[in-house]
Design a protein around this ligand. Sequence first.
Ligand code: APR
Length: 287
Amino acid sequence: HMVTVTAVHGDITRQRVDAIVNAANNAMRGGGGVDGAIHRAGGRAVLDDCIARFPNGLRTGDAGWTTAGDLPATWVIHTVGPNYAAGERDRELLESCYRRALEVADEIGARSVSFPLISAGVYAWPLNDAIDAAVTTIAKTPTRVEEVVLVSFSEDTHRRVQSQVHRLFPPPTEPGSVGQLFDRPPAQMGMRGDAYLWLALRAEFAATPLPSTWFELRPMVVQAAEGIIGAPLAHTDDPIHVPEFDPGHGMSAGNVLPSWWHQTGIPILIDRFEAAQQTNSSEPAEG
Ligand code: APR
């Protein structure tokens, strides 16, 4: 089975999952950020278990479990990310945190796991790359975990995680949904950011029923697109750089071309809408 991955904006200590992942440090005796929140909410039992099970701490890139104490979870899976601020810049170590945490989850039989963005806070790992490391490592790590929740503390981080999760773990579109119009991406698109926007709109409309006319559909699509890229989809030829779409390598990945949407993307969606209307209307009339 494939693990389902969702993005959530909130406090990781409130997540109702089997295991909550902690962004710990090598000493494994608590700290600030997620570490502080988990020890505060989990209580003394978590620290006692850290001392008992990790007398010599935990290596960077490794993971290990303790009780979750008073947290709404059975386990805390602690992992130590590389400290970018201290010059630890090996992305393999960051990816290893997610891989090892999923291996530990399999060892203890956790079926649902929530992750914070490891190293993206005090350890100052560049945010987009920290998100890319999380989603791509989770996507390529075989695991028996059924549900992974990526928890972001801030709205801006959540929007970035959401667009990467939509890209790598697209939700299924419901029959008769606006999202179904996006099921097949067009052969040619404007720039790489247009492909990300296409997938983000598909996910956003996965459960939205089709409106009755295309002139209701058009503003729905334009407004949703503007909400995702954070800029007007005006009739300009200038590309719009969308930070959320830029996984940290090369600027082109984050560019959306408004003119492509007006000249090609939106007309394709309207054609598909009209075709869907035809097939629907060709169904035998009621009664
Ligand atoms: N819930 C969800 N996410 C949170 C929470 C929370 N309660 N608190 C912070 N975050 C986010 C941060 O905004 C950041 O994006 O989690 C990410 C990781 O941030 P940190 O907790 O600072 O972890 P990290 O960058 O890996 O640094 C680890 O910080 O807290 C100390 O003891 C810890 O020394 C270790 C270092």
